[in-house]
Design a protein around this ligand. Sequence first.
Ligand code: PLP
Length: 370
Amino acid sequence: MNDAGSAAPVGAVAAQAAARVAATIRDEIRATSSYATAKPSGMIELHANENPWPLPAALRAELAAAVAETAVNRYPEGAGDRVREALARALPLPEGAAVVLGNGSDELIQIVTSAIARPGATVLAPDPTFVMYRIYAMLAGVRYVPVPLRADFTLDEEALAAAIARERPALVWLATPNNPTGRALPLASIERILALAPGLVVVDEAYAEFAGTSLLPRALEFPNLVVMRTLSKIGLAGVRLGYAVGQPAWIAEFDKVRSPYNVNALTQAAVPVVLGAAEVLEAQVARIRAERSRLAAALAAMPGVRVTPSDANFLLVRVPDAGAAQARLHAAGILVKNLDGGHPLTSNCLRITVGTPSENDALIRALAST
Ligand SMILES: *Cc1c(COP(=O)(O)O)cnc(C)c1O
């Protein structure tokens, strides 16, 4: 009841709202569930491919000062010039490449998909891959064509070439290293797909720092290539900054699709500070890579466990019973992502983020105690 006491009971209004929703909201959206991002605190979080290390205290103090100086009563600088300049200083961007920023690369996926979403357009990607490609295709009302990977999660290049010839996709997504498999694509395969694809190919390098290879320096060499990156996996997931790099002709169109102030003022203040201390993040990435080898070897030594070779900050691990393993890890205070039931190729697979040495030890202990 509201203060006036005149409105219908809240329960009755809720029922009316549900009926209006059913009559108004698109069927495919009502049929989908929200992307699960729940974060129980106090657990060892190895489920979201984050960097487990906090920033050092001195850098956090610098961040605090930069944030304190931000005029939050003003709109942020629309195109994020200071952030783009900081990226240009920190990264091997080719001279003349254009850059568009996103509120995480998730937003860039939505922007690119909206921009190509002509009636009848098709989006194509190897499968399984990052789920947001499919979700944003659905939201934009374009057809999404998944092309199965091989059973060992390598690219079925002939199947992909045939699908490109058949579907003439406006957009091809190539995540390298791929999520959830952790595998990087051979450069020769990417070049072949770029040559075959009639439209745009976005190479999503969310995990490139862990692989050590990147197309970023070659972003202008192909007429249909855009390279997409994020700061999320190297230690700034909470800051929400993604970026896409390519020929100015592509980037100018994406710039029209993004919301005017899509990257907020606090992010714009923080990013140049952290990129200015790139050696801190690089050292953390190096520790994660070293831990990745140790963790992979320990897991592979367990009976019935198969570890896919990883170029990322996580491992795709097949176990005898993923549900039971996840439950046992949960009881030990450890969160991992269970991919069982999601895709036939990932039955009984867990995706496990590489944590700190002590977190990884806890995981190894909990998995071994069966
Ligand atoms: C995590 C991830 C992203 C999205 O990252 P943001 O946090 O939105 O920048 C994009 N692509 C792949 C393959 C990912 O795994």
